[in-house]
Design a protein around this ligand. Structure first.
Ligand code: NDP
Length: 284
């Protein structure tokens, strides 16, 4: 079997075309959607992600503001900026690029973002709403993954889904969304015994680990839908995912590539959440 590619660039472009029109409509009604992005430190990957997000905003007609701070900035400076952005009517979404330097309490920083501007969906309040299946900002990466299932016509009801990774920003919300969609979900992590056995049962396998090519073809059920969230830089400088794509594509029915899979969809859903936020502000 050769898997069908779930192309995040193509799906992202398709969705973003509609976003531009929505942004223009909101602007014409007096609310130009606005996103503020905060970057602390010189991490190269984070700089690239932030640049991509700012560029994507420009293409979608969304106003963006970027605030960069040195590694050794006092956390209070960033908290003060967040407070100012919370009160700024031009801004409908605030994103703090993770990871933050070690002297930061990342949870405290995320909690400082006003819930109605938490377009990344990382605040405890948003996570709680997600658990209850209530309207909230869905964290962008798992939200993007759900769009792949929708686009490919993958019915999740009654399916065995395995999520490898239990981070607050990917693994846990991913599991929650799959469960709400009717899948039976197993979450695996570094302490899981028999990871291979769990993966082999999965109709839907999501890898969010951060270990290059850790999921090999012998761990994949023939015909499974394989979603690779991982972004790893190899010694030669090239990016790869958590799944060994070259062998996995011969076993899976659908698979996301790295790069060009989940990454562009994460940015796409950030734009979607920012527009949704602006729309809510416009209607209040
Ligand atoms: P974290 O480091 O926060 O979490 C990694 C998870 O993988 C943890 O739950 C950890 O288990 C688990 N894990 C580590 N080693 C193993 C193992 N040997 N077997 C099973 N589970 C293991 O990472 P993130 O969730 O933030 O990110 C994961 C990957 O996704 C990274 O490569 C990151 O760059 C990428 N990413 C990509 C995005 C995109 O847009 N494409 C967005 C966000 C992240 P434990 O909890 O026990 O430590």
């Amino acid at each position: 079997m050769t898997a069908q590619l779930l192309d995040g660039n193509a799906l992202g472009q398709k969705l973003r075309a509609g976003f531009k029109q929505k942004a223009e409509e909101l602007a014409a009604q007096g609310t130009r959607p606005g996103l503020a992005v905060i970057l602390v430190g010189g991490d190269q990957a984070s700089q690239v992600y932030v640049r991509n997000k700012v560029n994507a905003c420009a293409q979608a007609g969304i106003h963006s503001e970027k605030y960069s701070y040195d590694d050794d900035v006092a956390p209070q400076v960033v908290l003060d900026k967040i407070a100012a952005l919370n009160a700024d009517p031009k801004i409908h979404g605030i994103l703090v690029q993770l990871p933050l330097p070690k002297h930061f309490d990342a949870d405290a920083v995320l909690e400082a973002i006003a819930p109605e501007k938490d377009v990344d969906g990382f605040r405890a309040e948003n996570v709680g709403a997600l658990v209850q299946g209530q309207a909230c900002f869905i964290p962008c990466t798992p939200y993007g993954v759900m769009k792949f299932f929708e686009e490919a016509g993958v019915n999740l009801k009654g399916k065995e889904a395995v999520v490898v990774g239990r981070s607050n920003i990917v693994g846990k919300p991913m599991a929650m969304l799959l469960m709400h969609a009717g899948a039976t979900v197993t979450v695996c992590h570094s302490q899981t015994r028999d990871l291979k056995g769990h993966c082999q049962r999965a109709d839907i396998l999501v890898a969010a680990i951060g270990k290059p090519k850790m999921i090999t073809c012998d761990m994949i059920k023939p015909g499974a839908v394989v979603i690779d969230v991982g972004i790893n830089r190899q010694p030669d400088g090239k990016l790869c995912g958590d799944v060994d794509f070259d062998s996995a594509k011969d076993v899976a029915s659908f698979i996301t590539p790295v790069p060009g899979g989940v990454g562009p969809m994460t940015i796409t859903m950030l734009l979607a959440n920012t527009l949704e936020s602006a729309e809510r502000f416009a209607s209040t």
